[in-house]
Design a protein. Structure first.
Length: 262
């Protein structure tokens, strides 16, 4: 076990000891295991993108419920993600997890070609994310399993996700972890090195990367979010002002629908 520590700004502020990686893994395992047990289901289904978030979530699920109760689903939606499919196969073969490959390119193309449907890079990306979640829930329902999400705290807070797409799931084991913490867990869980080293990307088009689309690196984002949390969301510089603006504009993604239910 490494000596790396995982924690939040409040831990640093109060001087409390942050949780070690081993302790964090145990707590996440319990989260997944309890979600499955309480729901009366038989395991989890995870969308495997070939990236680090889904790799870490899958490895944690295997530790929580066993590899035979975890199903990985690769859902290529464009030719740009050809290398991602290879990484998905590498991950699942390493973990001993069943991998289903469900091509969605033709389905997505048919949807985007329908009358009155907007087809821009942004709308196409959102449609792909929602189509992937529809697919995961179809597989999960057929197998009596939960959908395990792969969203991390960094992307969740700035709204770098699709509402009712990759942001939807029955259990979110990484949602409390900054991107840097996901990398720390990946090292501890011995995720294949080429997955750890690759640039994070949704794979919607050739050459697309998350950092390029967001406009700053994950290291910058994590530092800004950590500082904002530490300073009660009072920005200390221009970068933090920009990140706070991202948080405010995407708040609707983190809130439940407006309603009058009592």
């Amino acid at each position: 076990m490494t000596d790396n520590m995982i924690g939040n700004a409040e831990d640093e502020l109060t001087g409390d000891c942050c949780l070690c990686i081993g302790c964090e893994i145990v707590k996440i395992k319990d989260l997944i295991r309890n979600a499955v047990w309480e729901s009366g289901t038989e395991g989890v289904v995870i969308g495997i993108s070939g990236g680090i978030d889904s790799a870490v979530a899958c490895a944690l699920a295997v530790k929580a419920v066993g590899k035979e109760r975890v199903t990985g689903v690769s859902m290529p939606a464009s030719a740009a993600g050809a290398g991602d499919a290879d990484d998905a196969e590498l991950l699942c073969s390493t973990l001993g997890v069943e991998l289903l490959t469900i091509p969605l390119e033709q389905t997505l193309s048919a949807f985007l070609s329908a009358p009155h449907i907007t087809n821009t890079p942004l709308s196409a990306g959102n449609a792909a994310a929602r189509l992937r979640m529809v697919t995961l829930y179809n597989v999960a329902a057929a197998r009596n399993r939960l959908v395990c999400g792969t969203s991390n705290k960094t992307e969740y807070l700035i709204g770098y996700s699709t509402k009712w797409g990759d942001g939807a799931a029955d259990v979110q084991p990484l949602l409390h972890l900054y991107k840097k913490d996901v990398y720390a867990l990946a090292e501890e869980l011995e995720i294949p090195e080429r997955i750890i080293k690759k640039a994070p990307s949704a794979g919607f088009f050739e050459g697309q990367t998350d950092e390029q689309e967001i406009g700053m690196t994950y290291e910058e984002l994590d530092a800004a979010l950590f500082s904002l949390e530490l300073n009660e969301y009072q920005p200390q510089n221009e970068t933090e002002c920009l990140v706070l603006s991202m948080m405010q504009k995407s708040e609707h993604k983190r809130n439940p629908p407006k309603n009058r239910f009592k």
